[in-house]
Design a protein around this ligand. Structure first.
Ligand SMILES: CC(=O)N[C@H]1[C@@H](OP(=O)(O)OP(=O)(O)OC[C@H]2O[C@@H](n3ccc(=O)[nH]c3=O)[C@H](O)[C@@H]2O)O[C@H](CO)[C@@H](O)[C@@H]1O
Ligand SMILES: C=C(OP(=O)(O)O)C(=O)O
Length: 416
């Protein structure tokens, strides 16, 4: 099993280039099922999750090839209506092929995604949306089946602004007859990127990025070229790394607007931040003060940065409160951080983080993607050596984390 060995590192210094967004590229790859024609996705992030999604859309019948930098996908009408369990199991986002297949073929059979370890993550809101568009849904034997004579636009109110449900329902509505109004929709930048991509292919989506999205059904979609937005969670992770180590790092290829919640919290914690056109300079030399953090749907503080933020607050001056409102089981990094000497108490969905002077290296387990990132960051400031195991989770969502951190002075290596 591969592991990352992280040693106490000097303050990070230099430049880090952010890759394309994992959470934008995955739904966009699913949306290719809706199109006829050639699609070019430029500068795609080379991530395990992208490879799995590539296998998924190939299994459905799309032609996919890459030239090391770009991904070329050929949309076709000859698609299969079934998404196999072995792929849905590996990647939750693969459930996002359900809306596009249903839209295209009027029927779909897909494995229910397995429980992921940050929460139970049901798909009831996705299914509620498909039902409102006229689909009949059957469940059994670990699969969900949907079929419809013809999908028809409708008014749909989401009980919670779920990112995945917003994306799946939006894609199902693209080829439906009439107009769909999606209320209490998620407003994440990745949803705007998906809507832009769909519109470039000929869809009629307005309002993405607000809580009300209007989709006017069209007959068909054509091919296009698209560059996905920069990964705001990757950017935020390295911003926190710079702050924690008391370094000064220039983070390039960022969309400043998307980073507002993390910029606000780091500034409140005493970190100096300079903003240029598409780069951000993070200077942690003044030290870190305690801050309270509550995760919320965008534009609130992202749950995907909560573990990394918690690692930072575990060495801040004073006591911080971290409240996780999005996922009910996203504190699994806490026992691991405690093994490294952090002083954290969990009370329900809140964690009380009392900053300590020093963390100490230990063998710790990456229980999920962002938990793994948090432990790597903790390792950069911990005395002696930290060994992070189960790093396949990190490879799901970070392009060459080891190389990017090494480039700014981190002492980190990967071993088998
Ligand atoms: C591939 C991708 O983009 N993943 C992101 C996406 O996940 P994902 O799309 O799975 O997250 P959601 O926004 O759907 O989930 C948020 C909350 O809604 C609940 N829920 C969701 C759907 C549903 O049908 N019923 C229901 O109860 C979930 O259990 C969770 O508690 O948004 C999350 C929240 O920003 C991020 O952490 C993930 O990185
Ligand atoms: C939870 C995450 O991803 P996924 O929804 O793919 O599990 C994440 O990116 O932190």
């Amino acid at each position: 099993m591969r592991r990352l060995i992280v040693e106490k590192s000097p303050p990070l210094h230099g430049i880090i280039n952010v890759s394309g967004s994992k959470n934008a590229v995955l739904p966009i790859m699913a949306a290719c099922i809706l199109a006829n024609g050639e699609i070019k996705l430029e500068d795609i992030p080379k991530l395990e999750d992208v490879l799995v999604m590539e296998r998924m859309i190939k299994a459905i019948g799309l032609e996919v090839h890459e030239d090391g930098k770009n991904l070329y996908i050929k949309g076709t009408e000859n698609i299969k209506c079934e998404a196999p369990y072995d792929l849905v199991r590996m990647l939750r986002a693969s459930f996002l092929v359900m809306g596009p297949i249903l839209a295209r073929k009027g029927k779909v059979r897909i494995a229910l995604p397995g429980g992921c370890n940050i929460g139970s993550r049901p798909v009831d809101l996705h299914l509620k949306g498909f039902r409102a568009l006229g689909a009949e849904i059957d469940m059994g034997h670990g699969y969900v089946e949907a079929h419809a004579q013809a999908l028809r636009g409708n008014k749909i109110y989401l009980d919670f602004p779920s990112v995945g449900a917003t994306e799946n329902i939006m894609m199902a509505a693209i080829l439906a007859k009439g107009v769909t109004i999606l209320e209490n929709a998620a407003e994440e930048p990745e949803i705007v990127d998906l809507a832009n991509f769909l519109n470039e292919m000929g869809a009629k989506v307005v309002g993405a990025g607000t809580d009300c999205i209007r989709i006017e059904g069209v007959e068909w979609l054509k091919g296009t070229s698209h560059t996905v937005i920069p990964d705001r969670i990757e950017a935020g992770t390295y911003m926190i790394a710079a702050a924690m180590t008391g370094g000064r790092v220039v983070i390039r290829n960022v969309e400043i607007e998307h980073l507002k919640p993390i910029v606000a919290k780091l500034t409140e914690a005493g970190v100096a931040i300079d903003i240029n056109e598409n780069e951000i300079v993070v200077d942690g030399r003044r030290g870190i003060r305690h801050v309270d953090v509550k995760t919320l749907p965008y534009p609130g503080f992202p749950t995907d940065l909560q573990p990394q933020m918690m690692a930072m607050l575990s060495i801040a001056q004073g006591t911080s409160i971290v409240i996780e409102t999005v996922f009910e089981n996203r504190f699994q990094h806490v026992p691991e951080l405690k093994r490294m000497g952090a002083d954290i108490k969990i009370e329900g969905r809140s964690a009380v983080v009392q900053g300590v002077d020093n963390l100490t290296g230990a063998e710790v387990k990456a229980t999920d993607l962002r938990a793994g990132a948090a432990l790597v960051l903790a390792g950069l400031v911990a005395e002696r050596q930290t060994e992070v195991t189960e790093i396949q989770h990190i490879h799901r969502g970070y392009v060459d984390m080891k190389g990017k951190l090494e480039q700014v002075g981190a002492r980190i290596r990967e071993i088998n």
